[in-house]
Design a protein around this ligand. Structure first.
Ligand code: MSP
Length: 494
């Protein structure tokens, strides 16, 4: 099966922070999971580089805007590399391939008869790059950016979004477009049921945007430019076969603040140009740090690279995803990372692996012990079932909970059977226990690999199981050499 998964394309007015890293790591875990299951995956990440916000930031930085974009896009590319993100492509909206595809899209939209011109007066928030209804403001300010939107009066092109309510509602209620979590789906449905307004699709000559092919005084509204990246990357207008292979997107991972763009505006635009709509949109919650929104002024912005330096890439991925249920809002207590690293990683899977491997090596000639014990088999079989169900519905933190239960079951078996003393009286019984602990480690390494790609590959190599990726029980063979294992999660160097 094909699986096309995307992250939002981030504004590059600044360096990436953990709010950006969060959805990107999540998408990577899901992409790796689907590859492991044998799906053919296309995983897209990228940057949104047009718009007033970027132009102003470049100006403030005193750098020509093209140069500013190149420099800042590189920050994102480097950060994703450091976090071991396996995106198959990295799209930038200033690339020629994208500008060409977007112009085709805009023309198609115009030809569909769904656009019209009108003089418009409204309040524009540059932070959101969108117009705001007065009812959406708090004390006259954008609740997300804390700034007053600017009054704008100009002639614009409009898209007849108001005509799409029924079709959108139908798509969502029939399951053609799945929106998760449930709370987000309900919110989108009630927004649609209140009646949709038409939306502007152009701005009057923004200095840093794509000019409309049929109106040289108007530039394409950045959100249309950005949303279309998902089509560009799989060959829209250039390679029909490739486009047909990958389209539609199987899963858009987005933040809840941009869910409306992805579940209402985007599908309606696709309907207008006669393309199929995304199968699923999953909206993540928003992060706060120590109870506060991350902001430069507060000085609490966490750079993911600082976490990678302290904890390594694997642990950083784990620490971010294990904080709270995926899809909920959550608070990051950066101070708790050290404790979670120690209890969940070093003393969790790390300690279990070192103990089991050291005991086996010591008592069974540096090899996998035998005969094949199987008391853990039913626990592993049940865990796989729950694990698949969790990841099929983007339960990234839930899947970690299932893995933790398996680790606990292994620890309990060790405490119960005490293989280090059992071996003195009953070699075969001790061998059976150590065998099944090694086999359980192999399963754990497979379940954890999407989250912890480097350390789990290391564990599998140690077990001599590099190519043993079957989820069936009993794949390890007694007598196979068992290498020494360096600590998977070493003590943190201060
Ligand atoms: N360029 C648009 C997306 C276009 S997708 C076709 C955009 N960019 S953004 O950089 O402002 O935000 C992108 C995503 O990052 C959003 O989903 C947003 O939720 C996420 N985050 C940005 N700051 C965040 C936090 N503080 N916490 C969690 N996620 C946050 O919108």
């Amino acid at each position: 099966m094909k699986f096309y998964i995307t992250t939002p394309i981030y504004y590059i007015n600044d360096r990436p922070h953990i709010g950006h890293a969060y959805a990107t790591i999540a998408a990577d875990v899901l992409a790796r999971y689907h590859r492991q299951r044998g799906d053919e995956v296309f995983f897209l990440a990228g940057t949104a580089e047009h718009g007033d916000k970027i132009a102003t930031s470049a100006e403030k930085a005193g750098v020509p805007v093209e140069e500013f974009c190149d420099r800042n896009a590189q920050y994102f590319i480097d950060a994703w590399q450091a976090l071991l993100i396996t995106n198959d492509d990295f799209i930038r909206t200033t690339q020629a391939r994208h500008e060409a595809a977007v112009k085709l899209f805009a023309t198609k939209l115009k030809d569909s008869g769904q656009l019209y011109e009108k003089d418009y007066e409204g309040l524009y928030c540059v932070g959101c790059e969108s117009f705001k209804r007065p009812s959406e403001l708090a004390d006259g300010k954008c609740p997300d950016h804390g700034t007053e939107p600017q009054p704008v009066k100009e002639r614009n092109w409009f898209f007849k979004l108001s005509e799409y309510g029924e079709r959108l509602e139908q798509a969502i209620t029939s399951g053609e477009l799945v929106i998760e979590p449930e709370s987000r789906r309900n919110e989108m449905l009630s927004f649609i049921r209140q009646g949709l307004d038409d939306i502007t699709v152009s701005r009057h000559n923004s200095p840093w945007a794509i000019t409309l092919p049929w109106d040289s005084e108007q530039t394409l509204y950045v959100w249309l430019d950005e949303l279309f990246n998902y089509c560009t990357a799989v060959g829209y207008g250039v390679d029909d076969e490739r486009f047909k292979k990958w389209w539609p997107v199987d899963l858009h991972l987005v933040g809840k603040d941009i869910a409306r763009f992805h579940t209402i505006i985007w599908p309606a635009l696709l309907m207008a140009i006669g393309e199929s709509i995304p199968k699923k949109v999953f909206a993540t919650g928003l992060y706060t740090v120590d109870g506060q929104k991350m902001s430069k002024t507060l000085g609490n912005v966490i750079n993911p690279l600082d976490l990678v330096n302290r904890y390594g890439a694997d642990a950083t991925r784990y620490l971010l995803l294990s904080q709270f249920p995926f899809g909920n809002d959550g608070d990051i207590k950066a101070a708790s990372f050290d404790a979670s690293y120690a209890t969940e990683l070093a003393n969790g899977i790390g300690n279990l692996a070192s103990r089991v491997i050291a005991m086996s090596r010591k008592n069974f000639d540096g090899a996998i012990a035998g005969p094949k014990g199987n008391t853990l088999e039913p626990i592993i079989i049940a865990a796989w079932k729950e694990y698949h169900a969790a990841l099929e519905s983007c339960g990234l933190e839930a899947a970690l909970g299932i893995i933790k239960k398996v680790i606990t079951a292994c620890d309990q078996l060790i405490e119960q059977k005490q293989p280090w003393s059992l071996v003195k009286t009953d070699q075969a019984a001790a061998g059976a226990v150590l065998y099944e602990l090694c086999e359980a480690l192999r399963h754990l390494s497979l379940m954890l690999e999407p989250y912890l790609p480097t350390t789990m590959a290391q564990l599998r190599t140690t077990l001599g199981a590099t190519n043993l990726d079957s989820t069936d029980w009993g794949q390890l063979e007694p007598g196979t050499p068992l290498a020494e294992l360096a600590p998977l999660f070493p003590r943190i160097n201060e």
